[in-house]
Design a protein around this ligand. Structure first.
Ligand SMILES: [Cu+2]
Length: 247
């Protein structure tokens, strides 16, 4: 190989390496910046991104600390008026008996699932959540129920988690009939899985629904259950009865 040929070859190699870097460099950068952070705090809410619209800059309004945003306190349920349905749910850390096994879990009023809450469309529901012994704090979220934002029970977003020894009152009017569930929205992967949930049934106004049965299906550990029992659910009903057995 002549010196000239060698030089030409070296140039081609260098050009190929540079071209590869031009392609792979940006790809590596995009890959790196798209990685999920190793840990994220729900308390670190970042900043509102309005895509460059006026007021998007921190210090110029529309930031959580720099008004004139809407205060969460104005987005609460009715503060006055006697509730139609009122109850206290006390959250505890404790053993749960399922299918002949005793598992570490969580209870509401000593059971999991917690008590079924029954209301009628238009009722004012008041639930006092007491955290007796859940170390990470807890909340109640009304899954699928259209409630004012401050009653939504999302720890770190709409309220602080209720610490051990603390309590929180939720008040909201149920406007849509249906079968819903409520559950913790704090460390949910452990607390909901471990039992901090229950059913909320909103009946149509003045309806005679005949028979009713709630089936809360949940797996504790590896034990599938209905209403906290590993047994099957039997609902006695007379012929021609609509939907199960009247309670
Ligand atoms: Cu939910």
């Amino acid at each position: 190989m002549t010196e000239r040929e060698a030089l030409g070859r070296r140039r081609r190699v260098v050009a190929a390496v540079v071209a590869s870097l031009l392609v792979l460099g940006p790809l590596a950068w995009f890959w790196w910046t798209s990685l999920v952070p190793a840990n994220a705090s729900v308390m670190d809410m970042g900043y509102p991104d309005t895509g460059g619209a006026p007021g998007a800059t921190p210090g110029h309004g529309h930031t959580p600390t720099d008004g004139p945003g809407v205060s969460l306190a104005t987005l609460a349920g009715p503060s006055g008026g006697d509730p139609d349905v009122a109850l206290t749910l006390t959250a505890d850390t404790g053993p749960i008996e399922v299918g002949g096994r005793t598992l570490d879990g969580y209870t509401l009023n000593g059971t999991s699932p917690g008590p079924t809450i029954e209301a009628e469309v238009g009722d004012l529901v008041e639930v006092t959540l007491v955290n007796r012994s859940v170390p990470d704090g807890t909340t109640l979220h009304w899954h699928g129920v259209d409630v004012p934002n401050a009653e939504d029970g999302v720890a770190g977003v709409t309220q602080d988690a209720v610490p051990p020894g603390g309590s929180h009152v939720y008040r909201f009017v149920v406007e849509d009939a249906g079968t819903y569930w409520y559950h913790s929205h704090q460390v949910s992967h452990a607390q909901v899985r471990g039992g901090l949930f229950g059913a909320l049934v909103v009946h149509p106004p003045g309806s005679d629904e005949g028979a009713q049965a709630v089936a809360a299906v949940h797996t504790y550990g590896a034990v599938p259950t209905i209403n906290g029992s590993a047994e099957s659910l039997r609902v006695p009903a007379n012929p021609a009865t609509r939907c199960g057995s009247a309670s």
